[in-house]
Design a protein around this ligand. Structure first.
Ligand SMILES: [Cu+2]
Length: 675
């Protein structure tokens, strides 16, 4: 990782002081700041802090001469900032502006101590806890000084956003009566609702962390002046959501349900949703009955606006170019087009023309979140769709993303098909792809702390409060490939592995060219091939699509404190640095008792031709190990192929792949073991 740190700093053009504070010490600070965020900072956890610290006293501590700090101090002093004990929503412009002001203070700090440390302590007691937590998370993710610091699992910091009101209520009672409690958390709704069958996916706390982390890693509000250009941000936006939808569809098949249909602005929203979740401050998340017709949302958007944006975007696809804000046109019928479209549909600050193409995705999230109270008559707080950590609970999330996904597909189908010549890698033959071990899924109990959910006082003792939830997991397995390298010399291969649903819920086999769009990415990696026969065994747990389970906050604190006490310069928690990535537990869709049929697909190509121009392939580092959906911070995506390659464009005749020796498929079955 060291190499990447220095490159990242080089790109930044920002000045950072030489690091005087060790990673464990920084981690200890972050732990303290995120402990009981709704209560006062426990200074006992932090040791000395400058009690009379003023954020504006030393402008030389900042890269922007303290401008962000001056602005924020002024806001706070004038009483214009969101008070504590109110909900925070990133989609509420005022809330977001405040969080970004604090983020700007952090990101401009040239040193950890005193700048970041004291500013965090100062603003923690003066700003809204949700605003503060968000700014700390994005600050740690993006500040070059915070490399090596990991973030605790968000479900333990803001449990309200991850568990249901029933559990939270029990936790309050337990705390009041000082009785430790362990509460079983069910999935929302009842079995009368067919959507309940796949709620384990949309409500999976690890998947929710992945989704919210992706949006913190690639915020739609990001500007390059914060440090670096985010490589292929729009394309990653497309790919990560396309993959979430494809995974959701695979889970549906396993539960005898057909793929989710897209959302239509002029038809009712078929599924209602009753979230059973409560804000810590601000009441219940609003519900929406079945078959609600879309209504304009006052102060946000008219449904017609959304339809017009869609028209303009689809016009651009038909024309093959977009019109930028300055009136010039940008050709999109090429490899870069998907990135431009992604930025424009989200829309992020990278959009070439936000005024003309609007913000289809972001606005749709708000509009869907408000359909229970579109005129704001009942003063309801934002819906689950208005928070990235809760959005996937609502089945409408996947309908919305299927809708946008189909726009992306319309674009991809406009591009020329791949030919046999595009795929051929002369001299390398992938003889066989198979599974080493068995594809077997099961549900397991997972326990996490919800102590942060309840109010805190230094006079009332903490009691252990946990929630227990059933999570999908699978037995360990590996992908095994037999490869003949007849090149006469060693070569580095770029390997891509997918698993694709074979039949729809009625048992009808997909035509390969439509089935490919439902493929889920299993892994993408570089591997060295010796001359002659090779057996490549790739453990599923190494997948660059996934991340390991994030350890509990208690464990993180324990490791940190031990590292600090021992004077170590690392916490030993490095593998958890990224929270973005599908939980490895969810790599496989839930199987069926008699087996869920999937097509296992592997494609090898020349690593040298595949890698990004200025990259040096390191077959061992995997670039941090989560780049397939989450890229690398401050770096290019390691390979230059389209995300989803080689299945992203139409393959008119799949029989062609039989004549490509470096492309192989086999049929596999995923079994589920009932508990
Ligand atoms: Cu999202």
């Amino acid at each position: 990782m060291k190499v990447f740190v220095s490159i990242a700093l080089g790109l930044l053009g920002l000045v950072v002081a030489s690091q005087a504070v060790s990673v464990p010490q920084m981690q200890q600070d972050v732990n303290a700041f995120l402990t009981k965020t709704t209560g006062p900072l426990r200074t006992s956890l932090l040791g000395d802090l400058a009690g009379d610290f003023s954020p504006t006293a030393d402008s030389s501590a900042y890269n922007d001469d303290g401008k962000a700090a001056q602005r924020l101090v002024q806001e706070v002093n004038d009483g214009r900032t969101l008070k504590q004990k109110n909900f925070f929503s990133l989609f509420t412009p005022k809330h977001r502006e405040e969080a970004l002001m604090l983020f700007e203070v952090f990101i401009n700090c040239k040193n950890w101590d005193p700048c970041i440390r004291n500013n965090a302590a100062y603003f923690r007691s003066r700003m809204n806890e949700g605003v503060f937590t968000y700014a700390v998370y994005v600050g740690v993710i993006h500040h070059p000084l915070a490399k090596g610091v990991i973030l605790p699992p968000l479900y333990e910091i803001t449990p309200h956003m991850f568990t249901n009101s029933e559990v939270i209520n029990k936790a309050y009672t337990a705390k009041m009566t000082q009785t430790p409690g362990k509460f079983t958390m069910g999935y929302t709704g009842s079995q009368k609702n067919p959507e309940q069958r796949v709620a384990y996916f949309g409500e999976d706390i690890g998947m929710n962390v992945h989704h919210v982390s992706w949006h913190m890693d690639y915020p739609f509000w990001w500007e390059d002046r914060f440090g670096y250009t985010m490589d292929r941000k729009g394309e990653l936006f497309f790919w990560v959501h396309h993959q979430l939808t494809a995974r959701f569809d695979a889970e549906r098949l396993s539960n005898e349900m057909n793929f989710v249909d897209e959302l239509y602005w002029d038809r009712p929203i078929v599924e209602g949703f009753a979230p059973h979740t409560t804000y810590k401050y601000g009441g219940e998340f609003p519900a929406r009955p079945d078959n609600t017709n879309f209504e304009d949302v006052e102060g946000v958007a008219k449904i017609r606006d959304l339809m017009i944006w869609e028209d303009r975007i689809r016009d651009a696809i038909a024309h093959g170019y977009v019109t930028a804000s300055d009136g010039t046109t940008v050709d999109i019928l090429n490899d870069k087009g998907i990135d431009i479209l992604g930025d424009l549909i989200e829309s992020s600050t990278y959009s070439v023309n936000p005024y003309y193409y609007g913000a289809l995705h972001n606005t749709a999230h708000i509009v869907l979140g408000r359909q229970g109270d579109p005129k704001g008559k009942f003063k309801q707080p934002p819906g689950v769709m208005e928070h990235f950590e809760t959005a996937t609970r609502d089945p409408a999330f996947f309908r919305l993303h299927k809708y946008m996904n189909n726009i992306f597909k319309e674009f991809k189908d406009r591009l020329p098909s791949y030919s046999k010549e595009d795929f051929l890698w002369e001299g390398v033959e992938l003889e066989k792809i198979e599974i080493d071990g068995s594809l077997e899924t099961f549900f397991e109990d997972f326990e996490f702390s919800i102590g942060n959910a309840v109010d805190d006082s230094q006079n009332v003792d903490d009691v252990a409060l946990t929630a227990v939830v059933k999570r999908l997991n699978h037995k360990p397995f590996s992908f095994k490939m037999q490869v003949n390298n007849n090149k006469g010399a060693a070569a580095v291969a770029s390997a891509r592995i997918y698993m694709c649903p074979r039949r729809d819920a009625n048992g009808v086999a997909f035509h390969p060219n439509s089935g490919r769009w439902g493929c889920i990415e299993m892994d993408k990696f570089y591997v060295e091939l010796a001359p002659g026969a090779n057996t490549v065994v790739r453990p599923a747990k190494m997948s660059t699509v996934t991340i390991p389970d994030i350890p509990s906050f208690a464990f993180i604190k324990e490791k940190t404190d031990a590292a600090v006490a021992g004077g170590a310069d690392a916490t030993g928690l490095e593998e958890f640095e990224r929270s973005c990535g599908i939980p490895n537990r969810l790599l496989l869709p839930k199987g069926k008792e008699n087996g869920l049929e999937m097509v296992l697909m592997a494609f090898l190509e020349d690593g040298e031709a595949d890698k990004a121009d200025d990259f040096t392939i390191d077959v061992n580092s995997e670039f941090g190990g989560t780049h397939a959906h989450c890229g690398i911070h401050g770096q290019k995506v390691p390979d230059k192929r389209a995300l989803g390659y080689p299945l992203d464009r139409s393959i008119t005749d799949f029989r062609m792949t039989a004549a490509v020796p470096n492309f192989k498929t086999s049929l596999v079955k995923v079994y589920h073991k009932p508990t």
